[in-house]
Design a protein. Structure first.
Length: 190
């Protein structure tokens, strides 16, 4: 990787932490430059705006979730197994990038030209999630309750993992995914 890409990545990583600590709206480019140990003018050699950083964080994560869901929904597996894979997908992505997940959850509404695209990705992801639950109900694997409520219940926990994960010294994401599946999926498993 070239040094320009590496420097840009460092800036995005630093911004991600600042956004989590202070909130996107409160962080200025000057704050970011200070945290990077550089002058604000130098920052603009690597990145055009705070919006560009937010877009890089949120859109890359949303696309990663979408790609993961695309793989899961095409597998020839039972619905319960697919739901466990969705839990593992969330644990994996959140464990690797808890600060980015904070932006995804808390700052998505600040996206400007990418907001419609982000909302489309999110809606598609949720529709696929509900479809897997409906298939589980149809195959008698999942209790016959409102699929939207089931999805919301599971996603609410998964979307808030970023609050809890950074507080843990060492997390085995495989064990965490198994534990969450036991609670979130087996709780609805017949």
């Amino acid at each position: 990787m070239n040094t320009e890409g590496t420097r840009r990545d460092e800036i995005i990583n630093t911004a991600t932490k600042l956004f989590k600590e202070k909130g996107y709206s409160a962080v200025t480019m000057r704050d970011l430059a200070t945290a990077m140990g550089m002058k604000a003018a130098s920052l603009y050699n690597h990145i055009n705006s705070k919006q560009e950083i937010l877009k890089a964080i949120i859109i890359s994560l949303a696309e990663e979730f979408t790609q993961g869901m695309d793989v899961i929904k095409k597998l020839d597996e039972k619905a319960i197994e697919k739901l466990k894979m969705i839990v593992a997908l969330h644990v994996d992505i959140t464990t690797r990038n808890p600060y980015g997940m904070a932006s995804l959850n808390n700052d998505w509404m600040h996206l400007e030209e990418q907001l419609v695209y982000y909302l489309k990705l999110r809606e598609s992801y949720e529709q696929d999630f509900v479809e897997i639950i409906k298939n589980g109900i149809a195959s008698n694997e999942v209790v016959n309750k409102n699929p939207e409520v089931i999805m919301f219940s599971i996603l609410s926990t998964l979307r808030s993992l970023y609050l809890w994960i950074p507080k843990k010294e060492e997390i085995d994401s495989k064990v965490l995914a198994e534990n969450l599946s036991d609670l979130l999926i087996n709780g609805i498993n017949k």
